[in-house]
Write a protein that binds this ligand. Structure first.
Ligand code: HEM
Ligand code: HEM
Length: 176
């Protein structure tokens, strides 16, 4: 397996596609109606679950791609930046997976049957289980906030590389 010095086109497409999907997914999550016992999922929830499944699938593929196509950190960076950026990157992968899987579990425990964009029935991870639903309640929200905070740190670091360090780190994730 060869470690390359730059991100390739597939890595960049995965990165920006998932950024775009998350930028849609958070507002849908916040603006869709609050859930209450006995409700069935409406359009907002159907889109939230469908887009969430795409984010999960793309992140799993992206992680596989990344593990089989290692990319070296920018060599000009001091050790603490290399280590901390790698740590934040793996945390981002872990939190996207944790957010999508807790959401999927939560929807499953409510006993919902949801169609992926109203097209095909979505597989559920478990059958309806009110006690399990109560136990996992809040976990999806905790993960989604932890992810948002980590994304904030990640974007702050990108801005610091553009405006403070003025190095080529941002260019590594841009086309060309
Ligand atoms: C990374 C992807 C995802 C993000 C960023 C995300 C974000 C959110 C947000 C912001 C809310 C609103 C929570 C609140 O009121 O504060 C929410 C709720 C919800 N999401 Fe997600 N979600 C994602 C993936 C999923 C997936 C894959 C599923 C299911 C297949 C799902 C199922 C739910 C359910 C059932 C709720 C309502 C229950 C609750 O408020 O905890 N989500 N999500
Ligand atoms: C405007 C927002 C964003 C900017 C400007 C940005 C910028 C960047 C840059 C420049 C890199 C390369 C860092 C390096 O070479 O060491 C990178 C990597 C990465 N970004 Fe972002 N990013 C943004 C949003 C996000 C979001 C929302 C996520 C959440 C999933 C994310 C996840 C990642 C991951 C996981 C990597 C590491 C890729 C790998 O090595 O496998 N980014 N980002």
């Amino acid at each position: 397996m060869m470690t390359t010095l730059q991100y390739g086109t597939p890595a960049k497409i995965f990165h920006w596609l998932i950024v775009a999907l998350l930028a849609v997914q958070y507002p849908i999550g916040w603006f869709m109606p609050d859930i209450h016992p006995g409700m069935s999922p409406g359009a907002g929830m159907t889109f939230h679950l469908s887009i969430g499944m795409i984010i999960l699938a793309l992140t799993a593929l992206r992680l596989l791609w990344r593990l089989t196509h290692p990319v070296a950190p920018e060599s000009a960076l001091p050790t603490w930046q290399r280590l901390s950026s790698e740590a934040v990157h793996w945390l981002l992968y872990a939190l996207v997976l944790a957010t999508t899987i807790t959401g999927w579990l939560f929807a499953s425990f409510r006993g919902w049957s949801v169609s992926f964009f109203y097209l095909v029935p979505m597989p559920m991870l478990a059958s309806g289980n009110a006690a399990a639903g109560r136990a996992i309640d809040g976990l999806h929200q905790a993960m989604e906030w932890a992810l948002l905070i980590t994304i904030g740190i990640h974007i702050a670091a990108a801005l610091a590389h553009i405006f403070v360090y003025r190095d080529r780190v941002m260019q590594r994730m841009l086309p060309g």
